[in-house]
Design a protein. Structure first.
Length: 263
């Protein structure tokens, strides 16, 4: 494990309010029963994606801060931090401001959605670290340079299950010794009854954030067979099978979990 770097300062309530005010578009993609039959990361989704994450993902800001804290701990000179499925670049922007000056460190975001990357480029300007953005498919269309950390938050769940092991092995092989992989996912409970309760509580959270029951139902239908969650035990087993020895959960909220795996 490399020497510990300064931990990330959590965003304050004022900063979160300011961030929310900066959001230009509220997520009303499925309001009044409208919206796509199948969820895609197109221009329509990209335009409301930041609001969608803030209102749909439990403890989204806290998870981002935890991710940044791990990246600070893992960052090394002359190496790279990859954000796989970087979407609109919010994590990369905040990471660039949180990192101390580290010689030769590069931040790289990869996503297969051009509309998402277009949004990211609007954010990733005038930063203390340059950020490279690459349009590529994660299930085979990218390569990794010297790498100290890889982040994959809310992304693996959209990769076809039969391609996930190969991708995680690629990440493991691309990491330098001592590097780490940060993964946050929607997960299934090992118990059917608990799984049902977790889903209902997630829907309650969305309802509290202003989504109607119709919006929640329409989005769930659109995500059917697009977002495919696994049980936490399945993902943990896959990480070990890929070569990671040190694997543990650093975050858990009902049917969402964050894992860290070290090489």
């Amino acid at each position: 494990m490399p020497p510990r770097l300064p931990s990330v300062r959590p965003t304050t309530r004022r900063e979160r309010i300011s961030h929310n005010r900066e959001l230009k578009n509220r997520d009303d993609l499925f309001r009044n029963g409208k919206g796509p039959e199948k969820f895609e990361f197109n221009e329509q989704v990209a335009s409301v994606f930041d609001d969608m994450l803030d209102r749909s993902v439990p403890l989204y800001n806290e998870c981002r801060n935890l991710t940044i804290a791990w990246c600070l701990r893992l960052a090394r000179p002359q190496s790279c931090v990859y954000d796989l499925g970087c979407s609109t670049g919010t994590l990369l922007a905040q990471l660039a401001w949180a990192l101390p000056e580290i010689s030769g460190l590069r931040l790289i975001g990869i996503d297969n959605s051009k509309p998402m990357l277009d949004k990211a480029r609007e954010k990733l300007t005038d930063l203390p670290y340059p950020v490279d953005l690459i349009e590529a498919d994660l299930d085979g269309g990218f390569s990794m340079d010297r790498t100290c950390a890889v982040v994959m938050n809310y992304t693996l769940q959209f990769i076809p299950p039969e391609k996930r092991l190969a991708l995680i092995k690629k990440i493991f092989n691309g990491l330098d010794s001592g590097g780490g992989f940060i993964l946050i996912e929607k997960v299934l409970s090992e118990d059917t009854q608990l799984n049902k309760a977790f889903i209902e509580m997630h829907h309650d959270l969305k309802h509290d954030q202003g989504y109607s029951n119709l919006e929640i139902a329409k989005k769930r239908d659109a995500l059917e067979n697009v977002l495919i969650p696994w049980k936490l035990s399945q993902t943990t087993q896959m990480l070990h099978e890929s070569g990671f020895n040190a694997v543990d959960v650093f975050f858990k909220w009902n049917n969402f979990a964050g894992l860290v795996a070290l090489k």
